[in-house]
Ligand binder design. Structure first.
Ligand code: PMP
Length: 384
């Protein structure tokens, strides 16, 4: 089997697995306990926070440790809304966000907030001029992702940040950075981001751990009530085996950024060039996107059928994103990019990582060719 679903989750680094197992074996105290074992656990968290903050070029106090990006995005969006509702009730986001952002905004809309969705172009990118025209005095938050999880589209965050702060210095800027960290440079200062979300398992760390960066001075209304861990922002006993392992993965992923974009980008380019030679396949990604995601539609064929045909060749790909692949609807992201219902229902996502090789790509090319050749007559037959 060859794994082509790295945007859904990645194989953890061996060092990450070892670190996590070691911490679980040797440290099981509660970091809130004031005896020695509790203090040792608290020290592990402190050191990990420093590593995470260094990887992002921010202060340790600006890091909130979470259970992943779903929690981080909910906390950033609802936390901002509940905190700053007195200042305004307008939120801007894009039509192509991950459900943890999109649905949080829909939730707020049902609770008295006004949400404006930015359009995207055919490549999935927002238009900064549209953003400029929409920011108002009562806009409390703009949330724009770095890299789209279905297509790899990269948003112009520096331009967005500049516009937001020019138009309304009080508007907070949140970036869902899940699919970008370790794949593309991250510059929270240049983007003028106030909030930034990560999930460890997307960068070869463990599941169930994440980071929410919150710029100093930004207040968030906490979503969880309880023991007031994480400076009151995130009650609940800390998952410090996961936190320590995540810090290690963040450091390693950052160190490997250059290698990742070069090696994985070369595999992506090879695959894109091949797909362009098959008329039945239409690309929804290109070289302008992140190095690890290729999205392609096989019009007239349900994405699941192509997926299972590729699986018969030992190729594990995904339909839409793993989070929404169990819903029958066409991809909301591709529809927003102007694709037809047919194209949006027939898209698969191939996402890669450093564990993939040139030989893997050769096998995938053969599998794609074979699947398209085998399925095309069935499709014609069905249409007749
Ligand atoms: N945002 C993006 C862009 C994602 O790709 C994902 C994971 N699919 C998430 C948020 C949510 O991350 P998690 O499932 O780890 O909470």
């Amino acid at each position: 089997m060859i794994y082509w679903d790295h945007a859904a989750s990645t194989p953890p680094y061996e060092e990450v697995i070892q670190t996590m197992a070691e911490v679980m074996r040797q440290h099981y105290g509660n970091p809130s306990s004031i005896h020695r074992m509790g203090e040792d656990a608290a020290k592990l968290i402190k050191r990990s926070r420093e590593v995470c903050s260094a990887a992002l070029g921010v202060k340790p106090a600006e890091i909130i440790l979470t259970s992943g990006a779903t929690e981080g995005n909910n906390m950033a969006i609802k936390g901002t809304a509940f905190q700053y509702a007195g200042r305004g009730k307008h939120i801007i986001t894009t039509a192509t966000e991950h459900p943890s952002v999109y649905d949080s905004c829909l939730y707020l809309r049902e609770h008295g907030f006004e949400v404006t969705f930015l359009d995207v172009d055919q490549k999935g990118r927002i238009n900064p001029d549209q953003l400029r025209s929409l920011i108002r005095k009562d806009t409390i938050l703009v949330s724009i992702m770095h890299v789209n999880n279905e297509t790899g589209a990269v948003q112009p965050l520096e331009a967005a940040g500049r516009i937001i702060k020019q138009c309304n210095p009080l508007t907070l800027f949140h970036v869902d950075g899940v699919q970008g960290f370790g794949k593309l440079p991250v510059d929270l200062q240049a983007w003028q981001a106030d909030l930034y979300t990560l999930s460890a398992h997307k960068l070869r760390g463990p599941k169930g751990a994440g980071v929410l960066f919150r710029r100093e001075g930004v207040q968030l209304h906490p979503l969880l009530s309880g023991g007031k861990q994480e400076s009151g922002m995130r009650s609940g006993t800390e998952n410090y085996p996961g936190i320590v392992a995540m810090a290690k993965a963040m450091r390693m992923a950052k160190e490997q950024l250059g290698t990742f974009s070069e090696q994985v980008g070369a595999l992506r380019d090879e695959l894109l060039a091949f797909i362009r030679t098959i008329p039945a396949l239409a690309l929804n990604s290109d070289e302008d996107g992140a190095p690890h995601i290729v999205n392609v539609s096989f019009s007239g064929m349900k994405a699941e059928v192509l997926l299972h045909s590729l699986e018969e060749h030992g190729m594990l790909v995904s339909t839409k994103s793993a989070c929404s692949s169990k819903t029958a609807e066409p991809s909301r992201v591709l529809l927003a990019m102007g694709r037809s219902e047919d194209e949006a229902s027939s898209a698969i996502r191939i996402s890669m990582g450093l564990t993939n090789t040139k030989n893997d790509v050769e096998r995938l090319k053969n599998a794609l060719q074979d699947a398209v050749e085998r399925l095309t007559p069935l499709m014609t037959g069905r249409n007749e």
